[in-house]
Design a protein around this ligand. Structure first.
Ligand SMILES: [Zn+2]
Length: 424
C-alpha cells in the first residue's frame, strides 16, 4: 500500500518539478529509486491553507512537497528529520525584513537569520532604491538559499545613507526611476517602499508618499503596492491614511511612535476606513515600532493585523524587544490570537500578497519544499514590546512561546542533515 502510494506521489512530484523547470520529459533523468530526498516525520502539521492541524509526515522530492500522509516510513527518506512533539509549518514568510547588508546600512544576510527566524522567505523592504537595486538582484539574491522578494525604495539611494535619512533631500525621491525599476523587475519586486516620519522626510511632508503612489501607478505593474512606514508625523496620521489605496501596506501598524492609529484610546476613523477598503496592516515589530498599548486596544476594537513581521535589521535584531518572527508570533498568541491565525499571518496571507509562486505558504502536494519546524515551548516567559519615541518598554507575562527547531528550504535543511552532494 505504502509502495503504491509513494509511487503515485513520486510521479506527481516529477510532474510538478517538470512544470516548474519547463522540461516535458524530465522523468528519464531520474532513477527508479522512489525515495524522498527528505522525510519530516512525527510532527503536528499546521497548514491554514488546508484547514489542517494533525499528525502528518511530509515527503519532499525535487524541491517540492511530494507527499503529505499520516505515515511515511523513515526508510522512504534519503534524509529524515524527527519532528516528534513539534509543529511542522509551511515555510514562514517574514513580510518586512532588511536583508541586503551589502547595499544598505542596516541589512543582515538572510541566511544568517534562519536559526532565529525560522523563515524561508523574506521581503526586503526598501534596502535599495532605483540606483542600487540591480546589484541586489544580480549579486546578492542569487547567492542566498532563502527566498527573497523586495520593495524598491522611492528614494533612489534606498537605506544606503542610514542614519542620514533617505527622503530629506526630495531630489532623491525620483518617481520615474522607481517606476522603471518596478516595471523591469516584476520577478522580484512587489512595490515601492516609503518611510513617512517627520524625522525622515523633514520639510517634505506627504510628498514622498504621494510620489511612491505615483511611481506604483506609473509602472503599469498590475497590483503594484506601496508599503508605507508610519511613526511620528509628518502632520496628521489621518491625512496619510487617506492616501493609501486598497492593497497598499501600512507597515508598523501598531507603532507607539506618536499616537499611531489610535487617538484617545480609540482607533482613528481613517484607520478603520483604510482597513475596510483593503489596506494591508503589517506589524513590522522593529526596535521602536510595536507597542502593546496600541496593539491591545486596536485588536479589542476589531483591527487585526494581516501580516506579522519582524522589521529585523542590525539595530532591531539586538534590541531587548526580541523582534525575530517567532517572538512576534508568540506575542500575538499571548494577545489572544489562535495558533492557526498567527501561522496564517506568516504563511498563507503573505504568500498571497507576494502572489508569484503557486502554493507558496502551504504544505499542499506540489508546494515548494519550504518547511519551518518549531517548538511551542510551554513555560513562563516575559514579552517586551518596542515602545516607540523613547517610551519605556511594556512587558507582558506569558506562558508559552515559539522556538525554531529546523528550517527547510527547497527540501534542504539549514544545518544538518547535510545532503551529499550539497546542491541547491
Ligand atoms: Zn523596516
Amino acid at each position: 500500500m505504502m509502495k503504491e502510494l509513494t509511487r503515485r506521489n513520486f510521479i506527481y512530484g516529477m510532474a510538478a518539478s517538470a512544470v516548474m523547470v519547463g522540461f516535458p520529459n524530465l522523468g528519464q533523468a531520474f532513477s527508479n529509486d522512489d525515495k524522498f530526498d527528505l522525510v519530516i516525520r512525527g510532527g503536528e502539521v499546521l497548514d491554514p491553507s488546508q484547514n489542517l492541524r494533525a499528525r502528518r509526515d511530509v515527503g519532499i522530492r525535487n524541491a517540492v512537497v511530494a507527499a503529505l500522509e499520516p505515515e511515511i516510513p523513515a526508510s522512504m527518506g534519503k534524509q529524515v528529520i524527527d519532528a516528534g512533539g513539534r509543529l511542522v509549518l509551511p515555510g514562514l514568510i517574514d513580510y518586512h525584513a532588511h536583508v541586503c547588508p551589502e547595499l544598505s546600512a542596516i541589512g543582515i544576510p538572510a541566511d544568517e537569520l534562519v536559526p532565529y527566524s525560522g523563515a524561508t522567505t523574506y521581503v526586503d523592504t526598501g534596502d535599495t532604491g532605483g540606483n542600487n537595486f540591480s546589484a541586489f538582484k544580480h549579486y546578492i539574491i542569487p547567492k542566498c538559499r532563502s527566498r527573497i522578494y523586495a520593495y524598491v525604495h522611492i528614494s533612489c539611494i534606498g537605506l544606503a545613507g542610514f542614519p542620514v535619512t533617505e527622503c530629506l533631500n526630495i531630489n532623491y525621491v525620483n518617481v520615474d526611476l522607481a517606476a522603471k525599476t518596478l516595471a523591469e523587475n516584476p520577478d522580484v519586486l512587489l512595490g515601492v517602499k516609503v518611510r513617512m516620519e517627520k524625522s525622515i522626510v523633514g520639510e517634505n511632508g506627504l510628498e514622498p508618499l504621494k510620489r511612491a503612489i505615483k511611481a506604483a501607478e506609473l509602472s503599469g505593474v498590475k497590483g503594484a503596492r506601496v508599503m508605507c512606514h508610519i511613526g511620528l508625523g509628518p502632520g496628521e496620521m489621518s491625512d496619510l491614511l487617506e492616501l493609501l489605496r486598497p492593497g497598499d501596506v501600512l507597515t508598523h501598524c501598531f507603532t507607539g511612535n506618536g499616537t499611531g492609529i489610535m487617538k484617545d484610546g480609540k482607533v482613528l476613523p481613517a484607520a478603520r476606513a483604510a482597513k475596510e477598503r483593503g489596506v494591508i496592516f503589517d506589524v513590522a515589530h522593529g526596535a521602536g515600532s510595536f507597542d502593546f498599548a496600541i496593539a491591545e486596544p486596536a485588536m479589542a476594537q476589531g483591527i487585526l493585523p494581516d501580516t506579522l513581521s519582524s522589521d529585523v535589521h542590525v539595530y532591531s535584531a539586538n534590541s531587548p524587544g526580541r523582534v525575530q518572527l517567532p517572538w512576534v508570533m508568540s506575542k500575538f498568541l499571548h494577545m489572544g490570537l489562535s495558533l492557526e491565525q498567527v501561522v496564517a499571518m506568516t504563511t498563507q496571507i503573505p504568500a498571497k500578497l507576494i502572489g508569484k509562486v503557486d502554493k507558496l505558504g502551504t504544505l499542499q502536494v506540489g508546494a515548494p519544499g519550504d518547511v519551518s519546524i518549531l517548538e511551542l515551548v510551554e513555560e513562563d516567559v516575559k514579552f517586551m514590546d518596542a515602545g516607540g519615541g523613547g517610551k519605556k518598554l511594556n512587558t507582558r507575562q506569558g506562558k508559552r512561546y515559539l522556538k525554531p527547531f529546523k528550517t527547510v528550504r527547497a527540501g534542504r535543511a539549514f544545518g544538518q542533515p547535510y545532503p551529499a552532494p550539497f546542491v541547491f
